[in-house]
Design a protein around this ligand. Structure first.
Ligand code: ZN
Ligand code: ZN
Length: 419
């Protein structure tokens, strides 16, 4: 029987996984600078959490969840996104009792039953952040800035932010009414989905990709023209802060988020050029914590798909500065030298250097080949003669330069040249 990897999943092998580590490292480093702490939640949760927290009527919940019953008869679901779990954890652990704001980030696998295609897997990975406990517009701008800097740090230079405000439960119904009034005479020209959205969720019609819907909505009432005296100034302040932070953005009034608990700021990161398109996005969700059973707490976050980032980096031919080789490969000749090599290797590693040796009793030529395969920067050659003289030969594999140094200076030597 031949085992095969499940459809829509992938093995990240050496050669590829270093790129992932690089990108994840950038995310972690930025989060450290912006004073976010990591949170790790389980990959499965009660199914009802996602029905509540993601939304019963969303495609994710209706069609894409990995839901199963465990041996105790509980309905569990592999998390299809990160926010619901983080909110659950925030509420369950009473993090709201700490002085706000609470700033959290996560990196990990998510699961959706979708048609696998380039950049879209059934097990995929997201980096996301959430801030709880403040409505301060500077925070909206700060996390947009964080997302923007993250892409820049990975090497994606041409990322722009699309920004909108979707209002609040006070101003949205006024817009909704105007929108329905505007669209109703055109009902027959809307696509099937949008005809049903007209009653359930008319705002979603604004971001329908159907040509006819797009044309009809061109002159439709925009949410930003209906913002109340709370949401209007909030939106202006977000824009002002983004300008101070030098984050390029433009207002896209078609950018909407479908669920009732989404409020005010909505944004998307869009890549220009080769392999361009949406890279991720987020927004404010002032009603979500309550929805999940917590006290009224404003929140805002974003999530970015790491597969999408990795694919974009490749399409834009960004060279990542990956260091995959070892600092020193130890070649030994003869039993005595080999024995001494055990100590040398230990000393190199203790000094924080990466070091490797041959474990197959290869001859000199074979060991040198192994050093090449390990992409060693330096090879240290220790034979019987060198050992007798307390010396070791050091060869720079890139230049071919070679010199003989004192044996007890090897660690310092490699450390100096590896800086
Ligand atoms: Zn409002
Ligand atoms: Zn439509």
């Amino acid at each position: 029987m031949k085992f095969r990897i499940p459809r829509g999943t992938q093995d990240l092998l050496p050669g590829e996984v270093e790129k992932w580590q690089y990108v994840e490292e950038k995310a972690k480093e930025l989060c450290r600078r912006y004073h976010f702490s990591e949170v790790r939640t389980p990959v499965f949760e009660q199914t009802s959490l996602f029905q509540r927290g993601v939304g019963e009527t969303t495609d994710i919940v209706e069609k894409e969840m990995y839901t199963f019953e465990d041996r105790g008869g509980r309905s569990l679901t592999l998390r299809p996104e990160g926010t619901a779990s983080v909110v659950r954890s925030f509420v369950e652990n009473k993090l709201y009792a700490d002085t706000p704001p609470t700033k959290l980030y996560y990196i990990g696998p998510m699961f959706r039953y979708e048609r696998p295609q380039a950049g879209r897997q059934r097990q995929f990975h997201q980096f996301g952040v959430e801030v709880f406990g403040t409505e301060e517009p500077d925070v909206d701008a700060e996390i947009i800035d964080l997302g923007y800097r993250f892409y820049r740090a990975t090497g994606l230079a041409d990322v722009k932010v699309e920004l909108n405000s979707v209002g609040c439960p006070r101003c949205r119904p006024v817009h909704r009414e105007a929108l329905v009034e505007y669209l109703t005479p055109h009902k027959e020209e809307l696509c099937k989905d949008c005809q049903s959205r007209l009653e359930r969720n008319p705002m979603r019609i604004l971001d329908c990709k159907n040509e006819s819907c797009h044309r009809i909505t061109e002159g439709a009432p925009k949410v930003i023209d209906f913002l109340c005296d709370h949401c209007g100034p909030h939106f202006d302040s977000v824009k002002e802060a983004l300008e101070l932070l030098e984050v390029p953005f433009h207002v896209n009034t078609r950018l909407v988020r479908g669920l009732d608990y989404y409020t005010q700021t909505a944004f998307e990161f869009v890549l220009e050029g080769k392999g361009g398109g949406s890279l991720g996005g987020g927004g404010r969700y002032n009603g979500l914590v309550e929805e999940v059973g917590g006290p009224e707490t404003p929140g805002i976050g974003f999530a970015v798909g790491l597969e999408r980032v990795l694919m974009a980096l490749e399409q834009q031919e960004v060279e990542l500065p990956l260091q995959t080789g070892v600092d020193c490969f130890l070649v030994t000749l003869g039993a005595e030298a080999k024995k001494h090599g055990v100590t040398l290797l230990k000393q190199l590693r203790e000094a924080g250097l990466s070091a490797e040796r041959d474990y197959l009793d290869r001859k000199m030529k074979g060991q040198m080949k192994a050093a090449d395969r390990a992409r060693a920067a330096y090879v240290a050659i220790l034979g019987e003669n060198e050992l007798a003289e307390n010396r070791v030969k050091v060869k720079n594999l890139a230049t071919g330069d070679q010199e003989t140094i004192q044996l007890d200076k090897l660690v310092d030597y490699i450390r100096d040249v590896s800086k």
